[in-house]
Design a protein around this ligand. Structure first.
Ligand code: ARG
Length: 595
């Protein structure tokens, strides 16, 4: 077994260090040794352009510098080819010993070298964000898919992750619902001021009814100011603890949570906490008193607010409103109190909010208020991870045919239905029984929407096009999944035939290119983590399958007559599969056993 010392840093870092060392030997700053993967593989595997910058700085000829660097590099014996192109670019090819040694070490690590450069943090991820009585919609789709992928990514690099669904369960919508239910069923015990229970065990309304009641109540409040006022008062009384309202609220919350669990299960989202806005209720009075006493909050036009404008603001920054004149708490109040609660319960290093980009002003206000009011440890990182909208083919945010909100569940069902068609057309229906076919269609459908969502730049909008998403070719989830399944089947066959894996050797450039792609996972993971950008991992897994296909096209594996070469290739396939499945797992994509 090798020492494993190579893996403490990624291949690119290691190479940059070696080249940097050569620069420094000839008296030039080592930072010029920065090396990157070459875009033009036929010229070299890697490229270093540092001689050009260095030449400018020290006033020498760049080609001359490059030549001297190459002389130094040749002494190391780590390279099979070093050449100069154009004005002084250095093209680099690694020796097979170096390359194979690196990938062998990397493959032995459970995390492919991705943990070594990362200092573990305690991260709270706030995503999902469904609301009581409202079916989850297309906006929650993105929050859930992106949030879950960031959760898996953080866990992969060794962070301690707390995932909180942060249920929307505490604003005016609750008062509106209470009053709407009271209109329909005034005989229920919940509305009696003096009644303290016992209240009925069964909810007086079903989830389906709630989802009808809410729009009705909301419409009524717009036409009828008296109803709105009653709802405001009910919200206030609920928040202050009126027993009947609390009991009714608990029913609404419970059945809504149960409903969202189905959606979250389908999407594979795993929450460690099922907290909601209401869970901050105990923190709010204390917070309000402290903020007043310490002079952070003030009264403005009858409302309690925290001023968050700062010198040098380019855009208008309205104050964060904590309490309206009617005394009810707001979205900003519960979010600020949630920060205090999280500080109190978890003392996190980072809190990330995966929420629609259209809420960016809200989060800016909340974060500023949290800093100003010392609601959180000063070095805790707070960040809003925004995202763009999901659009229909007309380029506008996705709507149902009659202009309504598209439910998350129907999106998922449509995706699975579309996947079933593709899967059936590809002839799988003859090979698998109904149950397995159903399982494959579900996995393909989910993979399709997830990959389509995650492969876009987070902040851009995208068009929801199931026909394209479910295709087995191109940059799609099903394509990536299929690539992994093919390797799986091949390795299964190898096992059946009693063929073993063996030591890695390289006999073909497509093998080396595949190894280079595998070695670049640490960079992809680092980039995806720093930018909260799962699309970088989508690109990585795509390039893996491209390089694998090129290799598989050129090289025999099971049919290779030379035993040592075949054993090496089987090992390369196994490493590729393990990495592909790992990255697909982070993207939330399950790979079936066969398809
Ligand atoms: N419930 C909110 C919505 O549907 C999302 C909650 C996001 N998280 C938060 N801490 N504000 O828009």
């Amino acid at each position: 077994k090798r020492s494993g010392s190579f893996v403490t840093t990624s291949l690119l870092n290691q190479l940059s260090q070696i080249v940097g060392q050569a620069f420094s030997t000839i008296g030039i700053d080592a930072s010029f040794g920065r090396t990157s993967l070459s875009q033009r593989r036929e010229l070299g595997q890697f490229q270093c352009n540092g001689a050009l910058g260095a030449a400018k700085q020290v006033g020498r000829n760049p080609r001359e510098i490059a030549e001297q660097v190459i002389v130094e590099l040749e002494k190391s014996g780590l390279f099979s080819e070093l050449s100069i192109a154009g004005p002084g670019f250095i093209n680099i090819r690694l020796s097979d010993d170096f390359l194979l040694g690196h990938i062998s070490d990397l493959a032995e690590e459970a995390h492919f070298g991705c943990r070594s450069a990362h200092q573990s943090q305690k991260v709270i991820l706030d995503y999902g964000g469904p609301n009581v009585a409202k079916a989850m919609h297309v906006g929650h789709l993105r929050a859930t898919i992106i949030g879950e992928s960031l959760r898996r990514l953080r866990e992969f690099i060794g962070d301690e992750v707390i995932s909180d669904v942060h249920f929307g369960d505490w604003g005016l919508p609750m008062g509106l619902l209470i009053k709407e239910i009271e209109r329909a069923q005034p005989e229920l015990p919940y509305f009696n001021v003096d009644f303290t229970g016992p209240f009925p065990e069964m909810s007086p309304v079903t989830v389906e009814e709630l989802q009808e009641l809410y729009p009705a109540a909301s419409a009524r409040s717009k036409e009828d100011p008296a109803f709105l006022e009653e709802a405001r008062i009910a919200t206030f009384e609920l928040q202050k603890g009126r027993a009947g309202y609390r009991a009714l609220w608990q029913h609404m919350r419970d059945i809504s949570i149960a409903e969202t669990r189905t959606d979250f299960d389908l999407l594979g989202a795993q929450f460690t906490e099922w907290n909601g806005e209401a869970d901050t209720n105990d923190y709010i009075p204390r917070m309000m008193v402290r903020l007043k006493e310490e002079g952070y909050s003030e009264v403005s036009e009858g409302a309690v607010v925290v001023e968050v404008a700062e010198d040098g603001d380019k855009k208008k920054m309205p104050p964060l409103i904590l309490e309206k004149s009617d005394g009810a708490v707001m979205y900003g109040t519960t979010d600020l109190a949630t920060i205090e609660m999280r500080q109190d319960q978890h003392n996190p290093d980072t809190i990330l909010y995966v929420v629609d980009a259209r809420q960016s002003l809200h989060f800016e206000q909340v974060f500023r208020a949290a800093r100003k009011c010392h609601s959180i440890r000063p070095d805790c990182h707070l960040e809003h991870i925004g995202f763009g909208t999901v659009n229909g083919k007309d380029g506008k945010p996705l709507k149902t045919r009659d202009g309504g909100v598209v439910r998350l569940r129907s999106l998922i069902e449509d995706a699975i239905e579309e996947a079933r068609k593709t899967v059936t057309e590809s002839g799988m229906s003859e090979r698998f029984d109904t149950a397995e076919l159903g399982d494959i269609a579900t996995k393909v459908g989910i993979a399709a929407i997830k990959y389509a969502d995650l492969s876009n730049q987070r902040m851009s909008n995208y068009v929801f096009d199931l026909e394209r998403f479910t295709k087995f070719e191109g940059r799609t989830g099903p394509y990536q999944m299929y690539a992994a399944v093919r390797i799986k089947s091949m390795l299964r066959k190898a096992k059946e035939q009693g063929l073993n894996e063996g030591r890695l050797i390289a006999t073909h450039d497509t093998e080396r290119n595949l190894i280079l792609a595998l070695s670049s996972l640490p960079e992809a993971v680092k980039g995806a983590t720093e930018k909260n950008a799962p699309n970088i991992l989508c690109d990585h897994v795509y390039s893996l399958s491209q390089e694998f296909n090129a290799f598989y096209h050129e090289c025999q594996v099971l049919g290779e007559p030379d035993e040592a070469i075949r054993a090496s290739r089987l090992r390369l396939c196994a490493i590729t599969l393990r990495q592909m499945e790992q990255v697909l797992y982070i993207l939330g994509i399950d790979v079936p056993e066969r398809m």
